[in-house]
Design a protein around this ligand. Structure first.
Ligand code: M6R
Length: 607
């Protein structure tokens, strides 16, 4: 999604802005631009494609000035082009925007009626034009911006600079995140703290509806009612948001490889000192009273929720409904008094998930969120926040966040089961011990990477790939397919193994690889039967199982991946790793950009 940065500084702004934008590259974008005020004069540079194009442009056509704003644009309204790239400028105003102005057509018509023409295809341009119009009516910059945002519907984080104003930046947020960074006689803004980590560790997160006037010496924040407020300044551990590849070719490779460490950290944070009991952050949710759960998420986080349904139902004996946020939010499902809802989101900013959360909040449901960014909107609007503790995830394809979401949800299911007294102490202890060996089992699984690389070298020539799984492996089949399609652009679908014969089996021929995820669990024999049905139709099987499973069933398969022996409870977490490696090595073999795949954004802050 679009990224916003800004600086009112003591040094040249352009290099700082480009560095800040680099730190937001992971969000996904297709053009970039910056604007500065130099000796009172606004100027801007914009380029399509990667940031290197903007940097090249700045070498040939530098931009001076110590006050500036910058933007990476993920196109929503209008193709990626220089004309549509931000900052947008109208007269004495320039603006960068993250979000969508939903009523831009009406505003555009109104401007047209006043003989004010739009020159771009974007929704954002109306913001600049409205601000310019209000300035021309004699309003001050702050009054113009306030008047402008009062006219907007939709979601936005906005930052404005003005001609003639070297020491003024105006910012506002509604629906999209925005943070202010504090320097020594300097002030910064960014879509997140990562953007400013090279400049400061002192961060203030703006609240929903906030408007702020920034100068080098003073920051004034008003809440949605126009009341001047103090927002907490936090000291963010900059080392924890260091973003380097640590020698790996891609962030995705690094994030896959660091899972033994990240998950050890996640688990440690949820266990008491003796590592005997599961400890949750302080909250007033009565776990013993929960007898049904609504889980809502998008993409990979949705598959984590779908997997957790198996644990909540089987272990904690709780009824669970799981839905994708973009559908859930418009259904207006009835909510009973005792409903508890769980929202799963790596970024904590996904627009649909946030909207679904707000719907459930408005219905007085108790809100639990499983998030990786504790300062995110979803975290801030929850009754109980369960953090992942895995550090920033930069690769667009979610990997370490997924396994941590699963781990946290497994811990929660176990905690609720214990609180509700629906499992024996002995069974509880067995499950807890199984959770503790996750890091070691992931370590073992990572050692099979070279085998997976060889399989990927063949898989890369496929046009379609089918993933099959049963029980808790079914969501993983969909996650495996999502990983493959998003970074290698190969069409892939995940199905429940038993469902194949109800239609998709028609797709099977010798050219369609079928990935069968079949740990030696209670459903193994059923999975193997479904695999045989595929093989009987010349299907090309990649079987993923442990040695015992492969001994029993690998005859006639095209390829195999040998997994360690894994307890059934935690199998989805460990079996996620070969899905990630398979997608990653297929993308490498194909030469696609695994970290920033085409058309995708890391954090989807538009509907
Ligand atoms: O930040 P979130 O977890 O809410 O993001 C949800 C999805 O956009 C995300 O999981 C997406 O599907 C990933 N690209 C998957 O790898």
């Amino acid at each position: 999604m679009c990224g916003i940065v800004g600086v009112l500084g003591k040094h040249e702004a352009a290099p700082l802005l480009v560095e800040a934008l680099k730190r937001l590259e992971y969000r996904g974008y297709d053009s970039a631009g910056i604007a500065t005020v130099n000796d009172g004069k606004l100027d801007r540079r914009r380029a399509i494609g990667k940031l290197v194009n903007l940097s090249d442009l700045l070498v040939h056509n530098p931009l001076a000035g110590k006050s500036g704003i910058g933007h990476t644009r993920w196109a929503t309204h209008g193709a990626p082009s220089v004309k549509n790239a931000h900052p947008h400028q109208a007269g004495d105003v320039t603006v960068v925007h993250n979000g969508i102005i939903e009523n831009f057509m009406e505003l555009r018509a109104e401007l047209n009626n006043n003989k004010i023409k739009c020159e771009t295809d974007t929704d954002t341009e109306v913001v600049a034009l409205l601000a310019k119009y209000y300035l021309s009516q004699g309003l001050s910059p702050a009054e113009s911006v306030k008047k402008t945002i009062s006219r907007l519907s939709g979601a936005f984080a906005l930052a404005f600079l003005f001609d003639g104003e070297d020491d003024l930046m105006l910012v506002a947020r509604r629906g999209s995140p925005l943070a202010i960074g504090h320097g020594d006689g300097e002030v910064y803004i960014g879509s997140d703290a990562i953007a400013m980590a090279h400049l400061t560790s002192k961060i203030t997160y703006l609240d929903e509806g906030d408007f702020a006037q920034l100068s080098r010496k003073n920051i004034q924040i008003e809440d949605r009612n126009g009341t001047i407020v103090n927002r907490e300044e936090k000291n963010i551990d900059v080392s924890s948001i260091a973003i380097d590849k640590a020698g790996y070719k891609h962030f995705m490779a690094k994030e896959i490889a660091e899972q033994p460490l990240t998950l050890a950290k996640t688990i440690k944070n949820y266990l008491d000192e003796d590592a005997e009991q599961i400890r949750l952050p302080k909250n007033d949710i009565k776990l013993a009273n929960i007898d049904c759960l609504t889980m809502v998420a998008c993409g990979t986080a949705f598959y984590a929720a779908l997997t957790a349904k198996y644990w909540f139902e089987k272990i904690a004996r709780i009824k669970v409904e799981v839905d994708v946020a973009s559908e859930f939010r418009y259904r207006e499902p009835p909510v009973t008094k005792e409903t508890t809802a769980i929202f799963v989101s790596q970024s904590g900013e996904t627009a649909d998930t946030l909207a679904a959360l707000r719907y459930m909040s408005s219905q007085n449901a108790k809100i639990i969120s499983v998030v990786n960014v504790p300062e995110s909107s979803i975290a801030r609007e929850s009754d109980l926040v369960l953090p992942l503790y895995v550090g920033p995830e930069i690769g667009v394809a979610s990997t370490k966040a997924f396994t941590a979401q699963l781990t946290v949800l497994a811990l929660l299911a176990l905690k609720i089961a214990k609180t509700k007294n629906v499992i024996t102490e002995a069974q509880y202890c067995i499950y807890l011990e199984e959770l503790k060996v996750i890091p070691e089992l992931i370590n073992q699984t990572l050692s099979i990477e070279s085998n997976i690389q060889k399989i990927a070298a063949e898989l890369v020539s496929s046009q379609d790939v089918i993933f099959l799984g049963r029980g808790a492996m079914y969501p993983l089949a969909m996650e495996g397919a999502l990983k493959l399609k998003e970074i290698s652009y190969i069409h892939a679908e995940g199905y429940p193994s038993g469902e194949l014969k109800h239609g998709p089996i028609a797709l099977i021929d010798k050219n369609v690889p079928v990935v069968v995820i079949a740990p030696m669990d209670s459903l193994f024999d059923k999975s193997v039967s479904n695999m045989q049905e595929v093989m009987a139709r010349s299907g090309k099987i990649l079987l993923i199982s442990c040695l015992k499973g492969l001994d029993k069933a690998s005859q006639g398969t095209w390829a195999t991946i040998v997994m360690p022996t894994i307890p059934e409870f935690i199998a989805p977490i460990i079996y996620a790793v070969p899905m990630q490696l398979l997608a990653y090595h297929t993308a490498l073999a194909k030469g696609t950009d695994a970290d920033q795949p085409r058309n995708l954004a890391k954090s989807v802050t538009v509907e």
